[in-house]
Design a protein around this ligand. Structure first.
Ligand SMILES: [Zn+2]
Ligand SMILES: [Zn+2]
Length: 350
């Protein structure tokens, strides 16, 4: 089968790989759509996310959907022929964290599209049938692939422990930031202050129905980012926000999320800077007795995420700004990494 492999920073190659054979509990998926994620871009550009380094060619991509072609003997045969959104991380089900239900923290999680684990920018992938979630025919493959980033936003909102009437700030208005802001509205947050450094993303947020938006100067709390905090302080009469979100891909995001949180508030850290170490404004965090909550992907929420999309509450379609064919996969990565042509989500579909 054809597959796009990461070969070196900024270089993918179209190669022939053996078509996977599904094990007894696996479904064989004919991949129809893969979304390009910010985490893919760290691998594409740098070959690494923190200490996770690509040392040999690997197929990227973990936001995917497709048609189930066949299912192994122990799998659910009713899946055959169905379009499924695939939850990409496959846990061991035996370690302490799996047994306790927090399988996103599994000590031996298989996650496609990273070091040693081929991802989905290929024709076929075999995956545990229990992680295949059928979607109705009304949902396109591109939309079904968007369940993955949407599930991150649903989990992010869940970790925020929101109460009706809360105020929130979201830093970073890429797909995860926009979906998170929308989830906050769904969860009853009264005001969502949205910040990005790219004017086109601020404009996209407004079109997405977020009406309190600000285009910040780049930089940390003490640099350009201070302009965003001034704006939030002014909007909240100095109080700052009950809960704040770092959905950026930069080292500054965590600091801004801390700076915008009220006394006793909570900052949820979902963004991935790609660094092994990032600075935190520890004296602000301590004096305000902040609760910092990191987010690790998602857990137990694909069905509810699909419901939010089906009901229209969570609009994912308008975030797909670019569609590329399988042959054009490398362009999808290049465009996303360059923030070209006002891209939000680039979807590879075939
Ligand atoms: Zn992703
Ligand atoms: Zn486990």
């Amino acid at each position: 089968m054809k597959a796009w492999q990461w070969l070196a920073p900024k270089t993918l190659g179209l190669v022939d790989l053996p078509r996977p054979v599904p094990q007894k509990h696996e479904a064989l998926i004919r991949v129809e759509a893969v979304g390009v994620c910010g985490s893919d871009i760290h691998y594409f550009l740098d070959g690494a996310i923190g200490e996770n380094r690509l040392t040999s060619p690997v197929v990227l991509g973990h936001e995917y959907a497709g048609i189930v072609e066949e299912v192994g003997a122990d799998g659910d045969q009713a899946l055959v022929g169905r379009r499924v959104a695939v939850e990409p991380g496959i846990p061991c089900r035996r370690c302490e964290w799996c047994v306790k239900g927090r399988y996103n923290l599994c000590t031996s999680l298989f996650f496609p599209g990273g070091p040693g684990s081929d991802g989905a920018v290929c024709e076929y992938i075999a995956v545990d049938h229990e992680f295949c979630f059928p979607v109705p025919d009304s949902i396109s493959a591109g939309t079904a692939a968007m369940v993955e980033p949407a599930a991150v936003a649903v989990h992010t909102a869940a970790l925020a422990k929101i109460r009706p009437g809360d105020t929130a700030a979201v830093f970073g208005l890429g797909v995860i930031g926009l979906l998170t802001a929308r989830m906050l509205q769904i969860c009853g947050v009264a005001r969502v202050f949205c910040v990005d450094v790219l004017p086109y993303r601020v404009a996209a947020a407004e079109r997405y129905g977020l009406n309190e938006v600000f285009c910040s100067q780049p930089g940390s709390l003490k640099e350009g980012g201070a302009s965003a905090l001034d704006w939030i302080r002014e909007k909240t009469e100095g109080r700052c926000c009950d809960v704040t979100f770092d959905c950026t891909n930069s080292a500054e995001g965590m600091g801004l999320a801390c700076g915008a949180a009220r006394r006793g508030g909570r900052a949820v850290l979902t963004g991935i800077s790609g660094n092994e170490m990032d600075p935190l404004p520890v004296s602000i965090a301590r004096r305000r007795e902040l609760c910092l909550q990191w987010c690790r992907r998602f857990v137990h929420n694909y069905p509810v995420t699909i419901e939010y999309i089906l009901s229209g509450a969570l609009d994912v379609d308008s975030l797909i700004t670019h569609v590329f064919s399988f042959e054009e996969a490398q362009q999808a990565f290049a465009l996303t990494s360059a923030y070209g042509d006002e891209v939000l989500k680039a979807s590879i579909e075939w």
